[in-house]
Design a protein around this ligand. Structure first.
Ligand code: ADP
Ligand code: MG
Length: 264
C-alpha cells in the first residue's frame, strides 16, 4: 500500500504541466523540505561495470554529482573517459552497477522499464550527436513523437505546439521536409525542438555540437543558453572547451572519475 501510494505520488508529479512542476514536487513529495534546495539530479557513489569478453570493465568508479535546478552544466573529458556512460545513468538509458540515482525526486531504479520510458519522456529531453531523427517522418512529425508517446497535449494541440517549437529554433520553414534533406545544423535544431516537445524540466545533450561546423555549433549552443535562461536544467557533454567555458560549471571526467570542477 505504501509503495503504491508512493508510486502514485511520483506519477502525479510526473504528469503535471511543467510550469507547476516545482510546486508539485514540493507538495507531493515532502512539505518539510524546501524543494528548490534539492538537486534535480543527484548521483551518489555511482559505479558502472561493463561485462566484456576480456572481463569486467569499470567505466564509472564512484561518481558523486549533484545538479541544481536551473543549472547549466558542461561535462568534458577525453574520448572513452565515461561521459556518455555517466549521462546514461541519469537518463535511465542504462543502469548503474552500484550507487543511487535520484532525478526530479524520483529514485529511478524503482521504475520498471515501461514506467521509465514514460517518466523519461516527460522529465527529460535528450539531444544526441547524430540527431537520431526518424527518416521516414517529416520534421514536424518527428517533433510530435514524444508528445504521442507520453500522451501529452491533445491531438490538435500537438501539431500547433510542434510548429511553435520549430519556430523557436528557426526551423518552421523546414517543418514538412524529411530529415535527409536537412543540413546537419538544421537537423540538430530539429532534434532540439523534439527534445522540448513535452516541456521537460531537464535537457540532456551528448556532444550536440560534435558534428557541426563552428557557425552551426554556435547557433545550437545559443539555443541551449536561451533554454538555460528560461529556467531549464541543462547537462551538456562537449569536446569544445570554449563552449564549456560559457556554462555555469564544468566537471571533467577522466578514467571514470570526476577529476576537476570549475564554477563560474
Ligand atoms: P565517452 O562518452 O567519454 O567517450 P563512454 O562513456 O562511451 O566514453 O565509454 C567509457 C568507456 O566504457 C570506454 O572505454 C568504452 O569503451 C567503454 N564502454 C562504453 N560502453 C560500453 C559497453 N556497452 N560495453 C563495454 N564497454 C563499454
Ligand atoms: Mg560519448
Amino acid at each position: 500500500m505504501h509503495l503504491l501510494l508512493k508510486w502514485k505520488r511520483e506519477r502525479i508529479v510526473a504528469v503535471q504541466p511543467v510550469n507547476d512542476f516545482h510546486e508539485n514536487v514540493a507538495s507531493a513529495v515532502d512539505r518539510s523540505v524546501d524543494c528548490a534546495a534539492r538537486p534535480i539530479i543527484d548521483l551518489r557513489g555511482v559505479v558502472k561495470v561493463y561485462e566484456t569478453p576480456a572481463g569486467p570493465f569499470v567505466a564509472l568508479k564512484g561518481i558523486d554529482l549533484k545538479v541544481e535546478r536551473g543549472e547549466f552544466l558542461a561535462v568534458v573529458g577525453k574520448s572513452g573517459s565515461g561521459k556518455s556512460t555517466l549521462i546514461n545513468m541519469f537518463t535511465g538509458i542504462d543502469h548503474p552497477t552500484d550507487g543511487e540515482v535520484i532525478v526530479a525526486d524520483t529514485p529511478i531504479r524503482r521504475l520498471s522499464e515501461g514506467q521509465m520510458a514514460e517518466w523519461r519522456g516527460r522529465t527529460m529531453g535528450i539531444v544526441f550527436q547524430f540527431f537520431q531523427l526518424l527518416p521516414t517522418l517529416t520534421v514536424v512529425e518527428n517533433v510530435m513523437i514524444p508528445m504521442d508517446l507520453a500522451g501529452m497535449y491533445s491531438l490538435s494541440e500537438r501539431y500547433t505546439r510542434a510548429m511553435h517549437l520549430l519556430e523557436q529554433v528557426g526551423m518552421a520553414d523546414d517543418a514538412h521536409k524529411f530529415p535527409a534533406t536537412l543540413s546537419v545544423g538544421q537537423a540538430q535544431r530539429a532534434a532540439i525542438a523534439r527534445a522540448l516537445a513535452n516541456d521537460p524540466p531537464i535537457v540532456v545533450a551528448d556532444e550536440p555540437t560534435g558534428n557541426l561546423d563552428t557557425r552551426n555549433a554556435a547557433l545550437v549552443f545559443d539555443l541551449f543558453v536561451s533554454l538555460a535562461e528560461a529556467g531549464k536544467t541543462i547537462v551538456m557533454v562537449t569536446h569544445d572547451d570554449e563552449l564549456a567555458r560559457r556554462t555555469q560549471r564544468t566537471v571533467t571526467i577522466a578514467d571514470g572519475r570526476i577529476v576537476d570542477e570549475v564554477r563560474r
